[in-house]
Design a protein around this ligand. Sequence first.
Ligand SMILES: Nc1ncnc2c1ncn2[C@@H]1O[C@H](COP(=O)(O)OP(=O)(O)OP(=O)(O)O)[C@@H](O)[C@H]1O
Ligand SMILES: [Mg+2]
Length: 334
Amino acid sequence: MRALRDFSISVADGEMLVLVGPSGCGKSTVLRTLAGLEDVTGGVIRIGDRVVNDLSPRERNVAMVFQDYALYPHMTVRENLAFPLRMRKLAADERARRVAWAAELLEIGPLLDRLPRALSGGQRQRVAMGRALVREPSVSLLDEPLSNLDAVLRVSVRAEIEALQRRTGTTMLYVTHDQVEAMTLGDRVAVLHEGRLQQVAKPRELYERPANTFVAGFVGTPPMNLFEAKLAPPAWAREADAETATLGIRPEAIEFATHAGTDTIAAQVEHVELLGHETLLHVRAAGLALVARTAGMSAHGRGDALHLRAPASAIHHFDAAGVRRPPQAEIGPS
Ligand SMILES: Nc1ncnc2c1ncn2[C@@H]1O[C@H](COP(=O)(O)OP(=O)(O)OP(=O)(O)O)[C@@H](O)[C@H]1O
Ligand SMILES: [Mg+2]
């Protein structure tokens, strides 16, 4: 079985690239391949201007924070931090200098003489990060480094990682299965699904112009409403057959009209999610189950009748294979 197919990606010097996708899509495999822990059956891996396919993990000067961020349990925090430097045979004073630097940066100075079992999850996380950073690697690979933190800590450590990356200019490849984390952290985001890259783009581009139905349904909370449609051919191609397509509209793009009109469709509310700052209305319209979002607390309840409008400019259009097509307005004889 191949974990990755046709995988090609370039990460710029000093860039934060986030790799995101569902469990089992191959994210860890990408990192392990770059780190030299997994061999590739084909293709070229370059770091800087070196082809590293035949280099050992240590020769690649790549630091990796593993998904389970295992620390050496019998070593103190200080020894954990210094271990990779010892392996690289750095002098004692240089080791001490770098450990002190990482400890200050990650605010773990007071913990240096503790064993990992006497640390909280978030503190362990920071030690694991520190152990990767003291090496001053050309590339840092982080595999779901926040997966074991609670929601509050996750946000603060995420901000720390971002600031650290900017300050040190380290090139980072950051893996997560959380699309919110990907969108907030990445200079660019690579979406992976079943071992194949779906799209690599800036967060905004991913949201506004998803390359296919997988990305459209993966990015955004709640995800884009997607539905099958038969599209009549435009007037200039009247002989053509109706086209099977998938159309999409984001919940926040659906508009509410006060009265029925030529451009509205009738909908009935089936379920309401009051989230405080916004309300998600699960509705049925023309036989389709859709989610619409409104700001604040909606007064609507189950069974209410609504008139919805979907502006043409907000409709995403995908072909029968799920690949993005330009908006209808842009399609025409050239
Ligand atoms: N050592 C292995 N031998 C065979 N198959 C493997 C091995 N390691 C992983 N796989 C398979 O390769 C695919 C990709 O695994 P990978 O660990 O890269 O996924 P992932 O995207 O990191 O998932 P998660 O979010 O759950 O960590 C999966 O189908 C997995 O079952
Ligand atoms: Mg993984």
